[in-house]
Design a protein around this ligand. Structure first.
Ligand code: APR
Ligand code: PHB
Length: 389
């Protein structure tokens, strides 16, 4: 096989990149380790920045999002009963879109199918060869047969556990990391959302988030120690904890019900540099992880894709290498700013085990300041709706 760009990983990063390249006449082959059903079974955050919405529209996958997604003009930060509304629309003129990542991925698969794109599922043993040469290629096993695809460029869109990042020699790679001493226990329930906007809650009982997918589907999280197991959290115990974290006025009208999904996710900030190794480029979770506080994961993957698709189209179509040479610096500048924002939101809202009273007072003071300062709210809004690209 031969193609312009081999894309390793058929998650949102790989699919969006493939879609944009195919639209511009650049040929791709997407290699995905699992089945489509398994990719689509993943439940992830559901808040899209305006830049992400624009990119999905440009990729031709914005129609269902426009119909079924929910634009949000603000969100709430709370500290016990204090509720601070961040009015994105008034502070920045922009809004965010509540639309699940699972739906984004499904729309991308449908668009890729309609285009006749090449997406191979259930591939194993992916190996990136000769990345630092003019003739890279990728080998893999598919249907029990060893295969090879030659290409001009390789996009590593294979997430945190993929092979792409590890193709860069250890002694040429630098990793930056913060592992937080807690996870998020999340549930999905067929109940109306607690509030019309998302609530990020700080409380004496730790952090909680009230989020949603639609009028009859809610997504809630509470912070838990990393040692906790899902089996230890009955629905009753979950609702009890959640209600102890959310503001009293919200709890009054909260509708509870059976969970239809329940899982625990650890929180981590991680960046691996460089993003480029010869003709291999890292994109999305393959290069960086953010804690979910602020929902930057998918949005950051999409801005990486924006920079890389522009670069690859110019290189393949016009032989213009400036974008290729500039990809890492452009993407990393935005990545580090999103890292800072999601780290600061995580610090502002979570209880750190073993912390002293001073740390708790710092969180309360930050939230009180937010309630009283439009400048502080504007700064938060500007980051939340997404820094420009
Ligand atoms: N070979 C082929 N595919 C692989 C390999 C491999 N060796 N390793 C992993 N993959 C696939 C995974 O099965 C997965 O479908 O790569 C895909 C990576 O998808 P994601 O982990 O979803 O990463 P990405 O596409 O960068 O999505 C951005 O933003 O909010 C975050 O984690 C959230 O998924 C989201 C991400
Ligand atoms: C979600 O709805 O799953 C969600 C929303 C916002 C976040 C994280 C997760 O910051």
């Amino acid at each position: 096989m031969k193609t312009d760009v081999v894309i390793i990983g058929g998650g949102p990063s790989g699919l969006l990149l493939s879609q944009l390249l195919n639209k511009a006449g650049v040929a791709t082959v997407v290699l995905e380790r699992t089945s489509r059903a398994r990719v689509l079974a993943r439940i992830r955050a559901g808040v899209l920045e305006q830049g992400t919405v624009r990119m999905l529209q440009e990729a031709g996958v914005g129609d269902r999002m426009a119909r079924e997604g929910h634009p949000h003009e603000g969100c709430i930060f709370s500290d016990d009963d204090l509720m601070v509304r961040i009015d994105f629309k008034e502070l920045t003129g922009k809004t965010v879109m509540v639309y699940g990542q699972t739906e984004v991925t499904a729309d991308l698969y449908a668009a890729q199918d309609a285009m006749g794109a090449t997406i191979l599922h259930d591939v194993a043993d992916v190996v990136i060869c000769d990345a630092v040469s003019d003739a890279p290629f990728v080998t893999f096993t598919h249907d029990g047969v060893q295969k090879r695809v030659d290409c001009a460029y390789i996009a590593g869109c294979d997430g945190f556990h993929g092979v792409s990042r590890k193709t860069i020699p250890d002694d040429r790679r630098r990793e930056f990391e913060r592992v937080y001493p807690f996870g998020w226990l999340g549930i999905l329930s067929r109940t109306p959302p607690a509030h019309e906007e998302l609530i990020y809650a700080n409380s004496a009982n730790g952090f909680a988030l009230a989020s949603m997918r639609n009028e009859m589907l809610s997504r809630y999280y509470v912070q838990v120690p990393l040692t906790d197991k899902v089996e230890e959290w009955s629905d009753d115990r979950f609702w009890e904890r959640l209600t102890s974290c959310l503001p009293g006025d919200v709890v009054k009208t909260l509708v509870t019900g059976p969970s239809i999904e329940k899982s625990i996710a650890p929180l981590r900030s991680f960046v691996s540099e460089p993003l480029r190794w010869g003709r291999l480029f890292l994109v999305g979770d393959a290069a960086h992880i953010v804690p979910p506080t602020g929902a930057k994961g998918l949005n950051l993957a999409v801005s990486d894709v924006f920079y890389l698709q522009e670069a690859l189209i110019a290189a393949v179509k016009k032989g213009d290498m400036a974008g290729i040479d500039g990809y890492a610096a452009r993407a990393l500048a935005r990545i580090w700013k999103a890292m800072r924002f999601s780290w600061s939101m995580t610090t502002m809202l979570h209880h750190f085990e073993g912390e002293d009273g001073f740390a708790a007072q710092m969180r309360k003071a930050t939230l009180l300041h937010l309630s009283q300062s439009e400048t502080a709210r504007r700064d938060l809004a500007e980051n939340y709706i997404g820094l420009p690209y």
